[in-house]
Write a protein that binds this ligand. Sequence first.
Ligand code: SF4
Length: 351
Amino acid sequence: MTDLYRLLPEEMEKMVTDMNHPRYRADQILYPLYYKFPKNISDLKQLPIAMRDQLIADGYTIGSAVEVHRVVSEDGDTTKLLLNLADGTPVETVLIQYPSSKIGGHPRSTICVSTQVGCAMGCIFCATGQMGFERNLKAEEIVAQVIHFANLLMQRGQHVTNLVFMGMGEPLANYDETIRAVRLLTHPRGFGIGQRNITISTIGIISGIDRLAEEDLQIGLAISLHAPNDMLRKRLVPTAGPHSVEDLIAAGKRYFKRTGRRVTFEYALIEGVNDSAEIAKELALLLDGNGSHVNLIPINPTAGNFQRPSRRNVLEFERILYNAGVNCTVRVEKGSEISAACGQLRTDIVG
Ligand code: SF4
């Protein structure tokens, strides 16, 4: 069985011509896939019936996701879905909307996609990490999450504006399928979202960062740092392994040099663990002169015992970085009350 959402436009053309159909039939499949969201091959009405039958007989399918649970935040800006993929695998995907500053303007609609079911990295403050690793998602299963939300947004007269690979799993640990999904979603004859509107977030798989820099893609990179020294980082990210924080900073620099895309360092702030003024100063020293950007994320309540620092401590941490010349923002948190925010996704507690 081959899901049509797996095929890049060039591969779709080859499939069509191998079946002795004219090349233009590929676009008669691609267009509805990304703009009409068919559920079955029989919905591809522009194709002759004989060709649809041939596709079905040859084992082609359209693997859409089925929504089994939906939670919407009180302000309506965050929607978390539990989706069952074509084989029944449950996965969580989140839509985060930021209202437009223009009257009547479209909101920014960011989809946070999952790349794995569970995660092997085991970050101690992350609900997904506590689930353990189940399996990698295939590119078409990553695409299916986006398509599901694109369909939902289309019904409201809206569209997907941004994608972040920050849901369940470590994207660079599922490198080939993640990159295939990026190419499917950014291809002008595919979903067609701008490369610059995509960010991949990694806990720090250095070989993956270096590989990504060579892909000729203009996507943003976020490296989850969470600590300014190795001892603290290994406590928070037990799988950090041989990579030091200096190694991560150096990998970020190489990525920026090769792609020209700014690298963001994500920093989950945890009360009493990595939020002190001393640690802020140590982080400022580490990043000094890098031109890097730090995104501070006051931690969300998860299954663990970690607490979010007070607003005062968060602002003090930010002030120390800012005064040391480090670009810094505190993430506007969305969806934490529905467990849709960073570090809160897991499939076994929804339902
Ligand atoms: S924070 Fe990211 S890398 Fe770490 S366990 Fe959670 S999903 Fe995996």
